[in-house]
Each structure stands twice: as C-alpha cells, then as structure tokens.
Design a protein around this ligand. Structure first.
Ligand SMILES: Cc1cc2nc3c(=O)[nH]c(=O)nc-3n(C[C@H](O)[C@H](O)[C@H](O)COP(=O)(O)OP(=O)(O)OC[C@H]3O[C@@H](n4cnc5c(N)ncnc54)[C@H](O)[C@@H]3O)c2cc1C
Length: 417
C-alpha cells in the first residue's frame, strides 16, 4: 500500500493523482479463512487490522452486508471519553483513549482525533454528587477528570448560559480534557486501508445468513449471500444486529436494539470549542471541522431496526440545547439520521468468547461504542488470537448475566455517549 507522505503527495500532484492504488479492492471470498469477522464497522475492521498487524493472523476476511462504515461507525456523533465510573469500565475505555493517541500515525490516515475536552454539566445536587464521585473514582484509576465552577464552565465553553435563573442552571461541570472527537468515517476507512495492507480481504454487500457448526458444536464457517465460507474462528462485531447474527448460532443474547438519532445544523464559524453534555436535560453538542453543530439525542423508547427515530425525541433534544445555549435558538438544522444501537441490561459491552467454540463476540456498546473503537478492536483481536480474553475485557464476559457480576453503568450515567 502506497503511503501518504509529503513526498508522495507532491509526486502524485504532478501526475494528476493517477498513481494511488485502490484503498480496498472488491474481493470475491476465498473458500476458507483462519478468521472471519462479521461486520465492517470500525470495531470489525479494527479487529481485522490488529489480528493481521499485531497478532500475526493474516488469513482474515471481514464480511459486511452493506458497505463498510455504513452502520453506526458512520452515524455516530464521535464523542470520545473514558470517565466511566466502575474500575472495569474505566480500564476498558481508557485503553481505547490511549490508542486514539497516535492512531493517525499508526494507520497513516488522518482520523482527526481532537482532544478538545468533554464537559458534563451539573444542574442539580444529584448531578454534583454523582460527577464528584466519578471524578474521585476516575482519578484513582489514573483517568483525568476535574471539577469546574459555573464561571470556569463558561470560560471553557463561552456559548453556555450560566445565569442562575435559567430553567436548568449550570451549577458546575466535570471536565475530561483528554476527551474529544474524531472523524468517524476516517476511522473506518483508515482501519480498512490498514487491514488490506496487511492482507485482509474485505467483502462488502455480502450478508452473513447463517453460522455453520460441526457435530461437536464448534464453528465451521458462515453461510453468506455468496455461499459458504469456512473458518474455525468467527468474530461477530455487528452492533445493532448482533442478536440476529448470534441467533444463527443458536444463541439468545441479552440485547435490545433501539434507534438512536443525531442531527447537524447549518455550518457556522467556530463557536463551540469543546464537547458539552447535559445528562439532566439529555442533549449534547460539539462542532465539526466543517462548522456544523453536531447534536445527539437519546434513544427511542421502543425497540426497532428502522434506522430512523421518532420526531418528538429530536424536538426534546433541540429544546434542551436551546435551554442551555439560548444563543442557538435561531439556528437551522440541516439533516437528521438514526442508527440501531445494541443495549445490554447493565449498559456495558459484551466482549469475549461465547458458549460456542470458535465463536467470539463484541457487542452491547449501545450509545457509546465509537470512543471504544481502537480498544474494542484490539481486545477482540487479542481474544480471537489467544482463544482467551485479555485481562481488560475478561470482566465483560457474557456469563455475568448468569452469575450476577454486572458492571452497572446504567445506574452510573443516564447518557452514555
Ligand atoms: C446517532 C448515534 C450517535 C452515537 N454517538 C456516539 C458517540 O458520540 N460516542 C460514542 O462513543 N458512540 C456513539 N454511538 C455508538 C457507536 O456508533 C457504536 O457503539 C459503534 O459505532 C458500534 O461499533 P461499529 O462501529 O463497529 O458498528 P457498525 O458500524 O454498526 O458495524 C456493524 C456492521 O455489521 C454489519 N452487519 C450487521 N449484520 C450483518 C450480517 N448479517 N452480515 C454482515 N454484516 C452485518 C452492519 O451492516 C454494520 O456495518 C452513537 C450511535 C448512534 C447511532
């Protein structure tokens, strides 16, 4: 794969950029692979990349029913942070945040990771207590998080209304300075290009329709729209469709799939310098490099695979944004969209082996898996390569819903983006 460099760009500019190879050529599937990954989102492509580049498993295919990066990887609002409450979660998400650093250099592809800080607003006594608890817990885990006064919040994010007579007065905020955003589709494209450079086949427009198991119950491969493809190891990273795929192997997964929406405004000059979240009024906002305000909503209250959500959820979100930043009352919205998120009972992911030998799973990231992309991908690859989980993802085993050792981030945070 030809590297992006100043010299190569210059040379290509002189010949009309005709010498760049295809990033990910269309491949017909081979008869068999060592490992098949189902789902070409950031997590699946990243897992294939790390399998080939870090764990020495090069005979790998990623099978995608649509186009790569067309799922939640290309639909999310790109918030990155690791200030989760429980030790297990903090370690998991901070593993990812550490990998975000240097990812552009590693992939030779600019994922536009911008550490502009994630500010979570407190509007009542409960918020203050909860955020301060997070700050102390995070610091014990070596994760940065600090308390800001209302005036410090305003200085960090000037469009905020901190007047005491606001409907939802800002009485402080928790700031993770290492938090921020990245360019979501670049992440998928960067991993795809990196994986292909290490010999991975990416097969698009090819839905997995079945998982074939041998007489001993172990995985033999997957049935697809292009026929049977053999593999003794299959990793499922299908986000909102995971329970459907796992059912093909005869497994019932503790997942519910909900539509989650986001929307963007018309572009304006830079005005929101960080990510601002308000769990209480349930809205969050950042500004893209193009100038659009990127606004995220909550999930619909019913399960669905429709990839579009209810209008009243968007209305509520925009009302909330106008409450905390009245400066935006006259902004026009350009477009909205939805994705299907896979939610577990304790709102923590499932990442590890399954009861079916040779079948591995990475799911349940719900509304907050983009931030985890490099970490989840690395840990899924590790688990597949070693047929055993890494210490970081060991607590996120499916078995916790049987044993009761839950990691209850649902109780810890209302909005988990
Ligand atoms: C509106 C919205 C906002 C969000 N905001 C944030 C945020 O700010 N921060 C954050 O951390 N997270 C956020 N998320 C969550 C995040 O996007 C997801 O948790 C994460 O992207 C999931 O991993 P992925 O990228 O690999 O999933 P996906 O990109 O969805 O990849 C799964 C792939 O599997 C494929 N697939 C499914 N079934 C099959 C099959 N049978 N055969 C073959 N392929 C199949 C799908 O087509 C899809 O491409 C948001 C999600 C949405 C929808």
């Amino acid at each position: 794969m030809k590297r992006f460099s100043g010299l190569n760009l210059f040379a290509e500019a002189l010949r009309g950029h005709t010498g760049w190879p295809e990033h990910w050529p269309d491949k017909e599937p081979k008869k068999a692979y060592d490992v098949i990954i189902v789902g070409a989102g950031g997590h699946g492509l990243g897992a294939a990349y790390y399998l080939a580049s870090k764990y020495g498993v090069r005979n790998v295919a990623v099978i995608e029913k649509g186009w790569l990066g067309g799922g939640n990887a290309g639909r999310n609002t790109t918030i990155i942070r690791s200030n989760y409450l429980y030790d297990e979660s903090a370690h998991l998400f901070d593993h990812a945040v550490k990998l975000w650093d240097g990812l552009s250099q590693e992939l030779n592809y600019n994922v536009m990771y911008s550490k502009r800080g994630v500010l979570m607003l407190a509007h009542n006594v409960h918020d203050v207590q909860s955020f301060k608890r997070h700050i102390h817990a995070n610091r014990l885990n070596g994760v940065d998080n600090e308390w800001l006064t209302p005036e410090e919040c305003k200085a960090y994010c000037p469009p905020l209304d901190i007047s005491p007579n606001a409907r939802h007065p800002v009485i402080g905020g928790a700031l993770q300075r290492r938090g921020g955003i990245a360019r979501h589709d670049s992440v998928a494209w960067g991993y795809a290009r990196g994986a292909v450079a290490h010999g991975v086949d990416i097969i698009q427009n090819c839905a997995v329709t079945g998982i074939r198991r041998g007489p001993d119950g172990a995985v033999l491969g997957v049935e697809t729209e292009k026929g049977f493809i053999g593999a003794k190891k299959v990793g499922v990273s299908a986000a909102g469709n995971t329970s459907v795929v796992m059912k093909m192997a005869g497994l019932d997964f503790p997942l519910e799939s909900y539509p989650l929406q986001a929307l963007v405004s018309e572009p304006v000059k830079p005005i929101v310098p960080c990510v601002v979240m308000s769990n209480t009024v349930h809205a969050y906002i950042s500004q893209s490099d193009k100038g659009e305000l990127v606004i995220g909503a909550g999930t619909d209250q019913y399960v669905s695979y429709s990839q579009r959500g209810a209008l009243h959820i968007l209305e509520h979100t925009l009302a909330a944004i106008c409450e905390i930043m009245p400066i935006f009352t006259r902004m026009r919205m350009l477009r909205s969209w939805g994705g299907i998120v896979d939610v577990t009972p304790d709102r923590s992911p499932i990442l590890g082996k399954t009861p079916v030998p040779g079948l591995y799973v990475n799911c349940g990231w719900g509304t907050g898996g983009f931030k985890a992309t490099p970490g989840a991908a690395d840990l899924l690859a590790y688990t597949i390569a070693h047929d055993a989980p890494h210490a970081i993802n060991a607590p996120f085993h499916l078995d916790r819903f049987r044993t009761g050792r839950l990691i209850d981030e649902a109780a810890a945070a209302a909005v988990a983006h």
